[in-house]
Design a protein around this ligand. Structure first.
Ligand code: F6R
Length: 236
C-alpha cells in the first residue's frame, strides 16, 4: 500500500487528479470507477481544468460509479447520477452513454445488480477505482457487517451514514434509507485503487482501515489485500 499524507485538500486533489489523468492518458479506452460525496469534488475540478487545458481527452473513456440511492432517479438533484453530471460529466467530452451509475429506480434491483456486475466484467474490469471512505469505514455503500458482500447489491444505510449525508438534504428524514452499491468483487478486481480522505474526523477511521485488522466491520480494511492501492489523506 502506498499511504500518502499531505497537508491540504488542494494537494490531495491535485495528486488524485494526476493519478487518474495518467490512466486516462496511458490506457486506451480507460474504465474509470468513480465516487460521489465531498471528497472527490476537488479531484473532479482538477480533471476538468486539465480537460480545458487540452491535456486530457475523455472521448474513449467509460465510467462506472459505485452507488446510487434507492428511489431517486437521475432528475432528482440528490441522486448520484445528477451529482456526476453536474460535477464532472457535463464539463468534459465523455460520451454520456458510456457513463454508468447503478439505477436505484427499477422494480428488480437484484437483476439491476447482476447486470451491473456483468457490464463491468464485459468492459474488462475497472482500470482505476476512486473511493472515499465513510466515518464507519464504508466504501461505496458497503456498510459494516458480519461479512463482505461480493456483488452489486442493495444495502440498508447505517444511521451514521444517514446522519452524515443529511447535510446534503433538507432534513435527515429526506435521506433515503437504502442504496444500491457495487460490491467488493468489482472494487477488489480494479487494477488500481485510489482512496482519498480528508478532515480530522476521518483520521481515526483511516487509521483503523489501513493500519488495523482486516474485518468486514471496517469494510475499507479489505483494501489492505489489494496489490495496487494508494491512499491519500489530508487532515485539513
Ligand atoms: C459515494 C460513496 C461513499 C463516499 C463516502 C464518503 O459514492 O461511495 O462511500 O465516498 O460516504 O463521503 P464524503 O466524501 O462525502 O465524506
Amino acid at each position: 500500500m502506498n499511504f500518502i499524507k499531505v497537508d491540504s485538500y488542494e494537494k490531495l486533489s491535485n495528486m488524485a487528479a494526476n493519478i487518474i489523468a495518467d490512466v486516462v492518458k496511458n490506457k486506451e479506452n480507460a474504465v474509470l470507477g468513480l465516487a460521489t460525496g465531498s471528497s472527490p469534488l476537488g479531484t473532479y475540478a482538477r480533471l476538468i481544468e486539465k480537460y480545458n487545458a487540452g491535456e486530457l481527452d475523455f472521448k474513449n473513456v467509460t465510467s462506472v460509479n459505485l452507488d446510487e440511492y434507492v428511489g431517486l432517479d437521475g432528475s432528482n438533484d440528490q441522486s448520484y447520477r445528477y451529482f456526476m453530471n453536474k460535477n464532472l460529466f457535463k464539463h468534459i467530452n465523455i460520451d454520456i452513454n458510456k457513463t454508468f451509475v447503478p439505477s436505484g429506480c427499477t422494480d428488480d434491483l437484484k437483476s439491476e445488480g447482476e447486470a451491473y456486475d456483468k457490464m463491468i466484467e464485459d468492459l474488462g474490469g475497472i482500470d482505476i477505482q476512486l473511493l472515499g471512505i465513510g466515518l464507519d469505514g464504508h466504501i461505496g455503500f458497503n456498510e459494516p457487517d458480519e461479512f463482505f458482500t461480493k456483488e452489486t447489491h442493495v444495502v440498508k444505510l447505517d444511521d451514521s451514514t444517514i446522519e452524515a449525508n443529511s447535510r446534503f438534504f433538507a432534513s435527515k428524514d429526506d435521506v433515503p434509507r437504502e442504496a444500491i452499491t457495487m460490491g467488493m468483487y468489482s472494487i477488489m478486481q480494479a487494477k488500481k485503487v485510489l482512496l482519498i480522505a480528508n478532515g480530522k474526523n476521518k483520521k481515526e477511521i483511516v487509521k483503523k482501515a489501513f493500519f488495523g485488522p482486516i474485518t468486514p466491520y471496517v469494510p475499507a480494511s479489505i483494501l489492505q489485500l489489494h496489490k495496487d492501492v494508494t491512499v491519500i489523506y489530508s487532515e485539513n
